[in-house]
Write a protein that binds this ligand. Sequence first.
Ligand SMILES: [Zn+2]
Length: 171
Amino acid sequence: MKKYIADSAVFIMGNCPVAAADMVTIPQVEDEMKSEDAALRYDLSKAEGLMVEAVVDTFTDAVKEQAAQTRDIEKLSRTDLGVLAKALEYKEKIGDDAVLITDDFAVQNIATRLGIVVMPVAQRVIKDQIVWQKQCIGCFRHFKDGEECPVCGSPLRKKMKKKVSQKPKTI
Ligand SMILES: [Zn+2]
């Protein structure tokens, strides 16, 4: 069974699709609940089964070591380090079933380097993308770009190929 390690953003943003009962966080996260909404979400999550576990120092040390190599350590708060340490602890226990939920790029970077699976808080939906290409007005062949058809020499005109609707990224 998957276990999700929750960054403070999970409660600050409030649109995380993961059930509270599948989440674990660290005590320091509570200090970052500055808004009433965030504090309420945090309390509600605890009531719904969110686990709050203390950070184990040995894992913090391992995270610091990794972060120091990339200079990300300057960007990481004590809470960031703690959340990473908790994620690393779970990774040792359950491998890829340990998923760190965070939107922080420095945290994501370190997590990836430590081999921890990362998931963004909000599953952003990328809007439809229009793909343009060129079509020859003479022979109707399609090309990526250019002004003149390399086959028949007729002019190329811009043509909308398709709309690409990307699905949100899932684990
Ligand atoms: Zn042509």
